[in-house]
Ligand binder design. Sequence first.
Ligand SMILES: Nc1ncnc2c1ncn2[C@@H]1O[C@H](COP(=O)(O)OP(=O)(O)OP(=O)(O)O)[C@@H](O)[C@H]1O
Ligand SMILES: [Mg+2]
Length: 500
Amino acid sequence: MKVTLSHIHKRFGAVHANNDISINVEGGTIFGLLGENGAGKSTLMKVLSGFFAADSGEIKLNDQVVSLSSPADALEKGIGMLHQDPLDVPPMRLLENFMMGVRGFLQPRRTAESSFRELCQAFDFDLDPHAFVHDLSVGERQQLEIVRLLWLGVETLILDEPTTGISAPQKEKLFATLHQLAADGKSIIFVSHKLEDVEVLCSEVAVLRQGVLVGQQNAPIDPAGLVKMMFVQEVNLEERLNVDLGSTFLQVQDATMSDLRLKMEGVTLDVKAGEVIGLAGLEGSGQQLLMQACAGLHRIDKGAIVVGGQTLSGRPYQEWLNAGVAFMPADRMAEGLVPGLSIAEHHVLTRYRRDQEQDKKTIDWPLFRKHSQEKITEFNIKGFVDSTVESLSGGNQQRALLSLLPKKLRLLIMEHPTRGLDIESVLYIWGKLLKRRQDGTAIIFSSADLDEVFQYSDRIVVCFGGQITAVLNTSETSVEQLGYLIAGKQPPADLREENV
Ligand SMILES: Nc1ncnc2c1ncn2[C@@H]1O[C@H](COP(=O)(O)OP(=O)(O)OP(=O)(O)O)[C@@H](O)[C@H]1O
Ligand SMILES: [Mg+2]
């Protein structure tokens, strides 16, 4: 299906999120949409999928002008969108979510279930139709949405940053499937911050900046040229400072931990002050459980977790906070931020005890507004002190979350810290995180992006099937070796020798 957007305008109050944008996507191609955080990518795609009405402009499908009054209407016309933050219903089962949006007649559950299984198999997605959505990771919820939209028969598939939460092999599988779908004549629009993804996948790329279409490229894609289009300033890699590691700050001692899906036994790990640990592994291999346990958010069944010399396992969460432990979750809207509250209100929530004068009985709004404004400037958040967090773009929500972290911390645990950030912000945020090491803060983070794991960790901890299967010094490890370990295999001997 050929998709044509002409002269699309969309404003939110003073923000001109889409300013006269025209693009054309031919049937059977994969079209890339790039741009810095807040550039207007999600807005444009929400206009195309019936989620927002454009202020003006025209949408054509196969050269016919259409009006898309709602997402259901767009779906009926063959346009489906995988949203940046999944739009599923967590208290329901996967199969029930999968069957949502089927119109006109009641689809028998059995047929739905076998289609579900077939699609999952085609994509190599390990999803149980009878499990509940709230037990899934962000990456798995994205997978559920993909199979749902395909089942509904979309002809144009929009994916808004689909690779931020999935592992490398899953990504490869996804890309193969997208190529196959394009070969079948479907149009794919792929929104991303990852140039390397766009490079291998797309035959055409458009770049947005501050609501305006600033350039387009056909394959072969020239990444350097795209970076220049995306950002006004040049992006510079900061030199990584070597920090002397302090004494051991976190000790996980022969711990057993479990949730509904996974049991990890005999987990042992020491982390020094100032050290950065990157967790690598397939989605659901235990990284999440391990991080939650180390943050004091998940009670361990056996063993001990010692933080700064104190055994904190089994102790109330407030004691973990007092010890200087902080956790940043992957699902920023469900676990990190509070939808409906403004940036300033978030600062009141997180900093009230620290910043407010003790004898003042009411909230000191001028003070918190001032603090919020300082953070907005410091983290370059595109928004205002009174902006609600859901009105921010995905990347700006992530910055807002990062800006709430306390200044003084001993142990910072982060799931996918730079998910959805543009390249410039990733460098900036890591610059700030690495500076914390100089004050002796230990950092543990997970990422689906192996480059990020390699670039920023001192040591890499590999999880597979609920076990820590390797602890590696980053400088002595190659990407190939790590690939094998993540997949649960031993690297071949020649690879091992090379790096000893
Ligand atoms: N519902 C809304 N209400 C008010 N402003 C909004 C709303 N949705 C988006 N905006 C604003 O429109 C601008 C473009 O946002 P959009 O979500 O389209 O950016 P994006 O390119 O997808 O960015 P990111 O890479 O961070 O996801 C931002 O300034 C954002 O704050
Ligand atoms: Mg977006």
